[in-house]
Design a protein around this ligand. Structure first.
Ligand code: PLP
Length: 285
């Protein structure tokens, strides 16, 4: 596999980053994951805009322009022959060769930028989407700026392990009695035919897939309600699902061992997945 590191396309085993990099020492970095379908990038504009926002919220310099970023994404997809899969991009604050809580000088310390691809044949035709997924609920004990897409993924990773240990696929996190989001996705329920999902704030990541799915749902005259919901409400819902760039729209058929409806993916989730895949392919670049 060819990867990209600070301006160079290199074989993955030749990529080198300093052990003093703040991404490594302090999780001082942000990332984006963009999916590839038919060799094209899905919603690149959305991911580029969110990266821009994450960087500015953390006062981190931009490593390159949006056009350069697009070029790097496309070149890696081409070099690695990715038809279906993902492009992972990470920017960290870099290092000035020391370890210090204080940020290094912005003018003299260059950010580190890394990109690599992951080939995922069958990403769109995922059997899990037909089967539906099971989630458990866990406490949301993450920091308070979940709207910034940082590489601090230890708790979400632990959440996945808790789900796995419980025989489930994922965990939905709960704060003050309400669901915030999944470990790596936004969470939704369907109630009285309405799509319900938590509104945007610093409590959740502003999902690029969320934005697209809600837009497509409204265009298809489906009702959308942006508000917090409890896990009890979710367990009693007609349907549930999650969204993310890497899994698109994923039906949820069981929460904390309680099956939803007849325990199979519901019509709203199935329809939204279909619409999302159709529509987002039209604007893929
Ligand atoms: N919420 C969290 C915590 C995530 O990690 C992710 C994706 O990685 C999402 C939501 C979904 O965001 P997107 O649709 O932009 O992939």
């Amino acid at each position: 596999r060819t990867v990209y590191v600070n301006g160079d396309y290199v074989p993955e085993n030749e990529a080198v980053i300093s052990i003093f990099d703040r991404g490594f020492l302090m999780a001082d970095g942000v990332y984006e994951v963009t999916s590839v379908l038919g060799g094209k990038l899905i919603d690149f504009e959305g991911h580029a805009a969110r990266l821009e926002r994450s960087l500015s919220e953390l006062d981190m310099p931009h490593p390159c322009t949006k056009d350069e970023m697009l070029e790097i994404h496309r070149e890696l997809v081409r070099l690695n022959g990715i038809e279906e899969g993902l492009v992972y991009l990470q920017v960290t604050r870099g290092s000035d060769g020391d370890r210090d809580f204080v940020f290094p000088d912005r003018e003299t310390t260059k950010p580190t930028i890394v990109l690599f691809t992951q080939s995922k044949p069958g990403l769109a035709d995922n059997p899990a989407a037909k089967r539906g997924t099971k989630v458990i609920s866990i406490d949301d004990i993450r920091w308070g700026r979940r709207d910034i897409k940082t590489v601090q993924l230890l708790y979400p990773s632990m959440g996945k392990m808790m789900a796995k240990a419980a025989g489930a696929d994922d965990a939905w996190m709960i704060e003050d009695g309400a669901v915030t989001e999944g470990t790596s996705n936004n969470a939704y329920i369907v109630k009285d035919g309405k799509i319900v999902t938590r509104g945007l704030s610093s409590d959740i990541l502003h999902g690029i897939t969320r934005a697209a799915v809600l837009r497509f749902a409204r265009e298809a005259q489906m009702e959308v309600e942006e508000r917090a919901f409890t896990i009890e409400e979710a367990k009693a819902a007609e349907e549930a699902f999650s969204t993310s760039a890497s899994a698109f729209v994923m039906p949820v058929v069981e929460i904390d061992g309680v099956p939803l409806g007849d325990g199979t993916p519901g019509p709203v989730a199935r329809r939204l997945r279909e619409i999302y895949l159709d529509e987002s392919l039209k604007t893929a670049i």
